[in-house]
Design a protein around this ligand. Structure first.
Ligand SMILES: C[S@@+](CC[C@H](N)C(=O)[O-])C[C@H]1O[C@@H](n2cnc3c(N)ncnc32)[C@H](O)[C@@H]1O
Length: 238
């Protein structure tokens, strides 16, 4: 386990029912992260897809509803339970740590790997991206979103942009304060593991929030219009 894993497993266990019930009503998810990620996902009809960091299964369910055959992975046993509850036996859902080799998945098994807001929990991006490259078919797509390096650098007042650091945040939730730990690293340390694994970058987004975000929460909308929160990439296995 890397430093934050046991903490995050317990925090996400605590938040699993909340994610299942409420997370998709949050403007950050519904009107910022989801539209950008969905715009990068190629047609999934008839495709074999891995949802890496599935949480309570919003994307797993979306992929299934759009014709994909899905395997989903999450570190948190309670998130796995919530994902199973949501998709009712239509996907294979596995409790596993993305920081470890995915040796239960075959070479060239998937057409698409999707990982939404999960890779900032992983210290060694080289290993996980090499694993995603291995399990993708030729021309397969790897779509992911992560915390934008600018956001964490400014929010945490970091003093060295070029260092990789484990950050600790406390999220206010209906179950009380949850301690969550993740890695901030410079942009090059997100891009270079991708290129070194053999991927080509096909698209990169620093999107604006949608108009619905403005209606729901105009103050945060204005902030995000000037301060990127997440980074979105589609890469292709050539
Ligand atoms: C922000 S949530 C992901 C949200 C989800 N993709 C969605 O869009 O609904 C992050 C998820 O990553 C999982 N996670 C954190 N570290 C992980 C690891 N090392 N391996 C696998 N999953 C991990 C957490 O348990 C949590 O469910």
């Amino acid at each position: 386990m890397n430093n934050g894993d046991s903490n995050n497993r317990s925090a996400y266990n605590n938040m699993a029912e909340y994610y299942y019930e409420d997370i998709d009503k949050k403007p950050f998810n519904a009107y910022y992260e989801r539209p950008a990620t969905l715009s990068l996902i190629p047609s999934v009809d008839g495709k074999i897809v891995l949802d890496a960091g599935c949480a309570a299964g919003w994307y797993t369910n979306w992929l299934l509803n759009n014709g994909a055959q899905v395997t989903a992975i999450d570190l948190s046993p309670k998130m796995v339970k919530m994902c199973k509850k949501r998709v009712k036996g239509r996907a294979k859902i596995i409790q596993a740590n993305l920081s470890k080799p995915l040796d239960f998945l075959k070479d060239k098994q998937f057409d698409i790997v999707l990982s939404s807001l999960t890779l900032h929990y992983i210290l060694d991006l080289y290993s996980v991206m090499e694993e995603f490259y291995r399990i993708l078919k030729k021309s397969g797509a790897f779509v992911f979103s992560v915390h934008h390096p600018f956001m964490d650098f400014s929010y945490f007042n970091s003093d060295n942009y070029f260092s990789t650091e484990l950050l600790t945040d406390y999220w206010q939730t209906p179950m009380g304060k949850q301690k969550v730990q993740f890695y901030r690293r410079p942009l090059s340390k997100i891009i270079l593991p991708l290129l070194q694994s053999g991927f080509n970058i096909d698209k990169l987004l620093e999107p604006m929030p949608t108009e619905k975000f403005k209606i729901e929460d105009s103050k945060t909308y204005k902030k995000i219009c000037k301060n990127p929160q997440f980074l979105f990439i589609r890469a292709i296995k050539e």
